[in-house]
Design a protein around this ligand. Structure first.
Ligand SMILES: Cc1cc2nc3c(=O)[nH]c(=O)nc-3n(C[C@H](O)[C@H](O)[C@H](O)COP(=O)(O)OP(=O)(O)OC[C@H]3O[C@@H](n4cnc5c(N)ncnc54)[C@H](O)[C@@H]3O)c2cc1C
Length: 605
């Protein structure tokens, strides 16, 4: 059934060529290993290129008081202390080196007056911390990593989708996939594999993600025996476009608020002063006057500890729920969002210089000139804190030889990610995953053997939709899935909604097993969509099941029927999903204990 397939052999295979995958590939290649990098889009087109506002690292260039401890504290607090503390620590300690390294490799960041890397304010970061290139930071990051990476000798396989991981006993032995253009099958044989396949935003109707974000790595790992963790925590970014409908969900960077933008309701009232979370009350300005003074001081590099931060820069979970509440109370903008105003806050020249992509995005997509008018914004599914459970030191999953990094891995961000902490996560944990996958490969002299039956099964699974005479259309099922997730597993949840969501997911799962595809394997978008559906259904089910189990509200997970944050039971557990026979098992696991010296860092002011 598998027919002809080509086989490629490597010490390490990296699946995904975004920031995490490229950084992992650079690390493993620089160890002298034979590395293959596989991606389902073109090299240079991974979702990371869309990143806008910046990369968080405590360089201390704008505020010298900044250091890894402050960044670590901000990250843990933003994650409502469900983060794996060791990952958050490694991230805060290593991010400055990774950003400086990018600069050495040729990245051109915006500069301070004395020529150092400029840093901007972002939600939940105590000090200006985001190194940036206008609002096109991801593009510069990918350009730099790619140019550096291709000289290390790695082999790149583009427009190639992996559909199954292969195993020899309890360890990985390779990956099975197909060329998107020809539909021909390909097998990668490898000692170690790094998954760096990004997020799952395409499970939701309103989302900011690229077409690639269909949860492939999470599903591949789950099917191979790894665990998914923290899946209940889906970040809804507060500021997606709400108009026109064709671009609903497209992201508006938090950099707009970092540069002074304010959120207003239809009565022109600045809304965020009414939504200051108790956790942030001591450090947030209660009046417009103080908030504006803070902004003026912080952007000119003169901090005053008696002047507190603007609530417009509270963490994303808080701001997204505030917008949701304003719209629900009938105080929203004409198209169901609120207003984001930068026009009255900065000069047109400043806006065009600091936010060029936002200026063009609104001009071209919405016919709005943001130097003159406010934007209409509302929450959009944006980032998954959950993903593959990995060891904090090595990024290895519970499957031997299988590593994960970047958005498809879990642990670093807990219940809510701070803006800018993803690009730094990709660099820090991409390197660590590449390093440990490389070490694992070096420890194993021979390539693992491949199981012909497993390859046969993978081919059969991929081809099954061509062999059916009737069945549903995959695009239609995907629309239904997005509707289900948006309605029942969205920004505010209840037991009733989640249970209904799970019922609908179950029915979609049944129907997706009968999808029928017309035509042949040659660039067949219906076939690609069918393969995505399997993955999207797995991650959606994990999200809904974990959300049902966590009976509290914390970070990005808001339950209307359990509005309080539970300081006892749920403060101490992460939720994992794993494959048990043919069903999904969801369980609570204890958070790792925090050592005394780390507790001290968390308590320091
Ligand atoms: C509009 C926008 C702006 C953002 N701005 C910021 C920001 O300013 N700062 C910040 O920190 N974060 C930001 N983020 C978040 C950040 O961009 C992402 O979390 C991050 O880029 C994810 O990187 P990654 O390397 O994990 O995966 P991705 O960049 O998503 O790359 C995934 C790779 O995996 C490949 N792939 C997927 N499935 C398969 C498969 N089955 N087989 C083969 N290949 C596969 C894809 O082709 C791709 O190459 C933003 C996100 C969005 C949507």
């Amino acid at each position: 059934m598998a027919g002809n397939y080509e086989t490629h052999e490597h010490d390490v295979i990296i699946i995904g060529a975004g920031g995490a995958g490229l950084r992992a590939a650079i690390e493993a290649s620089s160890m002298g290993l034979n590395v293959g990098l596989v991606c389902k889009s073109l090299l240079g087109k991974a979702h990371t290129v869309m990143a806008e506002g910046g990369v968080a690292a405590a360089l201390g260039n704008v505020e010298p008081k900044d250091n890894w401890k402050v960044h670590f504290r901000d990250t843990m607090k933003g994650g409502r202390y469900l983060n794996q503390w060791r990952m958050a620590q490694l991230h805060a300690m290593e991010a400055p080196d990774r950003v400086n390294e990018l600069e050495e490799w040729g990245a051109l960041f915006d500069r301070t007056a004395d020529g150092r890397i400029l840093q901007r304010n972002f939600g939940g970061h105590k000090y200006p911390r985001l190194a940036h290139v206008g609002d096109r930071t991801g593009l510069e990051m990918i350009r730099t990593l790619q140019q550096h990476g291709i000289h290390t000798g790695m082999k790149v396989y583009m427009e190639c989708t992996v559909t199954r991981l292969l195993k020899a006993g309890d360890a990985v032995s390779g990956a099975f996939g197909y060329w998107r253009e020809s539909g021909r099958f390909v097998v990668f044989r490898a000692k170690a594999i790094v998954l760096a396949t990004g997020g799952i935003g395409r499970a939701f109707k309103i989302n900011s993600n690229s077409w690639e974000c269909t949860g492939d790595g999470q599903a591949l790992a789950y099917l191979a025996g790894a665990e998914l963790m923290d899946m209940e925590f889906m970040q809804f970014h507060p500021t997606g476009m709400v108009w026109p409908p064709s671009v609903r969900g497209t992201l508006i960077t938090e950099g707009v608020r970092g540069e002074g933008g304010t959120l207003r309701n239809k009565d022109q009232k600045r809304i965020m002063f009414d939504y200051i979370h108790p956790l942030y009350a001591n450090e947030t300005a209660p009046t417009e006057e103080e908030a504006d003074r803070w902004l003026a001081l912080s952007t000119s590099g003169q901090m005053d500890k008696n002047v507190r931060r603007t609530p417009d820069l509270l963490p994303r979970d808080i701001v997204a729920r505030a917008i949701h509440a304003e719209v629900k109370a009938g105080r929203g903008s004409p198209h169901g969002g609120v207003f984001l105003d930068i026009a009255t806050r900065r000069t047109p020249a400043d806006i065009k210089r600091k936010l060029p992509a936002m200026y063009h995005q609104f001009k071209e997509l919405g016919d709005v000139d943001i130097t003159k008018e406010p934007m209409e914004v509302g929450p959009t599914a944006h980032y998954t804190m959950g993903g593959i459970r990995v060891d904090s030191e090595t990024q290895q999953s519970r499957v031997k030889g299988l590593f994960a990094a970047g958005e498809c891995a879990a642990g670093m961000h807990g219940a809510n990610r701070l803006g800018g902490n993803s690009l730094s996560d990709l660099l820090v944990f991409g390197r660590i995953a590449g390093l440990h996958a490389g070490r694992y490969a070096k420890e194993h002299a021979n390539l693992p053997s491949l199981d012909a039956g497993e390859i046969q099964d993978a081919a059969q699974e991929a081809l099954a939709p061509f062999n059916r005479h009737e069945g549903p259309n995959p695009f239609q099922l995907h629309e239904e899935l997005k509707e289900t997730m948006q309605t029942y597993v969205g920004i505010i949840r209840t037991e009733e909604d989640l249970s209904e969501g799970l019922r609908q997911l179950e029915s979609l799962k049944e129907r997706s097993r009968t999808i029928r595809i017309d035509g042949n394997r040659h660039y067949n978008s219906g076939w690609h969509e069918t393969i995505d559906m399997r993955n999207l259904l797995i991650v959606s089910e994990a999200m809904a099941r974990a959300a049902l189990l966590r009976k509290e509200s914390r970070g990005a997970h808001a339950r209307d029927d359990f509005p309080e944050t539970d300081k006892e039971h749920f403060a101490k557990v992460n939720i994992v999903s794993r494959l048990h026979g043919s069903t999904m098992e969801v369980a609570e696991i204890d958070l790792p204990p925090v050592p005394a010296e780390i507790k001290k860092v968390l308590e320091e002011e």
